[in-house]
Design a protein. Structure first.
Length: 111
């Protein structure tokens, strides 16, 4: 998505369009990063990325499980950066939504 003119985006509208758990929609491109919104519900597979990934909890509660490290609990407004190469998986017992800030080429299921 190349953005040539400024656009207003409604995150609640994008969330309403998400078809189900772990589905994503692109919100915006900012410099060399992309902002995506995703629904989290259940357990996502363990994976890692070759780049950092930032989670910002929009609503609900999301647990970021880290391989051989303590889990991180995120509530609305909380953020956490997963360093490149760290195996992780987001988990939510109830439906929650997150904003992801990452490189456009970041693969959802990792490397």
């Amino acid at each position: 998505m190349t953005q040539t003119t400024p656009q207003q985006v409604s995150i609640p509208d994008l969330i309403a369009e998400l078809p189900g758990p772990f589905q994503q929609r692109q919100v915006a491109l900012v410099n060399d990063a992309v902002v995506r919104v995703a629904q989290v519900h259940g357990e996502f597979p363990w994976h890692y990325h070759d780049e950092d990934e930032m989670f910002l909890c929009w609503d609900g509660t999301v647990r970021i499980e880290l391989w051989e490290q303590p889990s991180i609990q995120l509530g609305p407004g909380d953020t956490f950066v997963i360093p490149r190469g760290v195996r992780h998986r987001p988990v939510a017992d109830e439906v929650a939504h997150v904003l992801l800030i990452e490189r456009p080429e970041t693969k959802q299921y990792g490397n």
